[in-house]
Design a protein. Structure first.
Length: 186
């Protein structure tokens, strides 16, 4: 008599159990990876816009501004809704008829927050033709929709307008701004 090839019921149950255990172990790590990836992608997008903006201001000897995007091509109040990068001919931080929008930054995930905190409290960021900001050193702070500060980030703009990533100096998993204060998410 010929024996048919295949799995026995016991082998199938053992195989399914092993797969279930491996999935239970891997799933939290994968979820953590996805949260970090989404957050870092938004951080890189903003950082690249800042570098691009500064380089354009230097190379073209013009003012360039970045502001939170409104419903159309106008400046609004919420950075999480996206941003507009434009050549700001008169340096007022508003998209006027003679200004040209150069780049758009996508909105953050629903429920996330992105804020710009600067010493002069303007709702926009401007680079002068020298590649510096007019007293606008400060930082962008991002908190994901989950509110977990360990998945948030800060980009700091120093006094000469150079952006850099904030670091977790005390190694507790939450970055600190230039003054040493930890990112606080709602």
């Amino acid at each position: 008599m010929k024996r048919s090839a295949g799995f026995t019921l016991i082998e199938l149950i053992i195989c399914i159990t092993v797969i279930a255990v491996l999935t239970a172990i891997a799933l939290p790590s994968f979820s953590d990876f996805l949260k970090r990836y989404k957050s870092k992608a938004k951080q890189r997008e903003l950082f690249n816009v800042l570098i691009f903006m500064r380089n354009r201001a230097l190379s073209e000897k013009r003012n360039f501004a970045l502001c939170p995007k409104g419903i159309s091509d106008e400046c609004a109040g919420d950075w999480a809704d996206g941003a507009l990068l434009f050549a700001d001919e008169n340096g007022n931080g508003e998209v006027d008829s003679e200004d040209q929008v150069i780049r758009y930054m996508d909105r953050a995930e629903q429920g996330a927050s992105l804020s710009w905190n600067a010493f002069n409290n303007r709702g926009f960021l401007i680079y002068k033709p020298t590649g510096t900001t007019p007293s606008q050193s400060g930082n962008f702070s991002f908190c994901p929709a989950s509110g977990e500060a360990e998945y948030g980030w800060i980009i700091i703009l120093n006094a000469i307008g150079r952006p850099y990533y904030a670091k977790d100096k005390d190694l507790n998993g939450i970055v600190e701004n230039g003054s040493g204060q930890e990112l606080s998410c709602p």
